[in-house]
Ligand binder design. Structure first.
Ligand code: NAD
Length: 289
């Protein structure tokens, strides 16, 4: 398939490489200079010329909107605009509307799995948009990832992503604060893990990504909290969740508390560049200083 790939950063470059390696004809574009093993174009509009599928992997909704406005008029008849960035639901729906109005297919397909998943071709895609566009993109999802869930109308991929990550952020925080409480109560961390991971407090944060070093499966805690999933990316996703909740008039008090804690951690407490599970040393330090 002839594919344009716009946004060749930490995620986009390895995703595009996997498509090129699978035999697709990929043309890339990024505003920064990128050393790519496939041809790159001088502009986004040049990149999309004649492409059947245009994939974007960009930092945020404002950039996505401006790129969409630039490239949609240049896209080939019947092509699909496939955005894999994590952006706000409103931007995803606005861009899909713009593409549909121009007679193009549109999908929002944010990913989970991080840079490792992008490199290894093991991402999970959460996809919003119409069935015909989903079917067309399905072989590409299978190359870049291991799973693609069609979640319904445009914007629903972003909705699924932020709801999942709101649960993840909140459970990570409560797991970390529970470990710090257990420390103060004299409960051994291994005993805490052995109980909780097999009791009703279990979660992915505890069982698969334990924030306590040396306990449970290998996780960023065992590597001095080198990300993994950086705290600032969790803050981005929680901020998107709170913006969506406000727009939809949904009551999300625990999500908001998680957003506020990650904001303080990232902006004031040295959390930038640390894994999001580094909330544990942050809670554990309290009271000892
Ligand atoms: P990144 O900053 O490494 O890459 C973004 C790229 O977009 C950069 O190379 C930048 O130069 C380029 N860019 C910016 N404006 C542009 C424009 N107008 N035209 C063309 N290119 C432009 O970010 P990333 O880590 O690759 O993340 C990309 C998206 O994926 C984000 O929405 C992020 O939230 C999401 N995501 C990231 C991860 C992760 O672990 N990094 C995991 C899941 C989802």
């Amino acid at each position: 398939m002839k594919i344009a790939f716009i946004g060749l950063g930490n995620m986009g470059l390895p995703m595009a490489k996997n498509l090129a390696e699978a035999g697709h004809e990929v043309t890339g574009f990024d505003t920064a200079s990128v050393d790519a093993p496939f041809p790159t174009a001088r502009s986004a509009t040049d990149a999309v010329n004649g492409a059947e599928m245009v994939i974007t992997m960009l930092p945020n909704g404002n950039i996505l909107r401006s790129v969409a406005t630039e490239i949609i008029p240049a896209m080939a008849d019947g092509a699909v605009f496939l955005d894999c960035s994590t952006v706000d639901v409103e931007s995803a729906r606005a861009v899909a509307e713009q593409a549909n109005a121009a007679g193009l297919g549109a999908l929002d397909a944010p990913v989970s799995g991080g840079i490792g998943g992008a490199q290894g071709g093991t991402l999970t895609f959460m996809v919003g948009g119409d069935q015909a566009a989903f079917e067309k993109a399905k072989p590409l999802f299978d190359t870049m990832g291991k799973k693609a869930v069609h979640c319904g109308q445009s914007g629903n991929g972003q909705a699924a992503k932020i709801c999942n990550n709101m649960i993840l952020g909140a459970t990570m925080i409560v797991t970390c604060e529970a470990f710090a409480l257990a420390d103060k109560l004299g409960l051994d961390r291994q005993a805490m893990f052995d109980v909780v991971s097999t009791s009703s407090g279990y979660s992915w944060s505890m069982n698969a990504y334990c924030p306590a070093p040396g306990i449970g499966p290998q996780s960023p805690a065992d590597n001095d909290y080198t990300p993994g999933f950086a705290a600032e990316l969790m803050l981005k996703d929680l901020s998107l969740a709170m913006a969506a909740a406000e727009n939809a008039d949904a009551d999300t008090p625990i999500g908001r508390a998680a957003r506020d804690l990650y904001r303080a951690f990232v902006e004031d407490e040295g959390g930038t560049g640390r894994d999001f599970s580094a909330m544990l040393p942050r809670f554990a330090a309290r009271g000892h200083t």
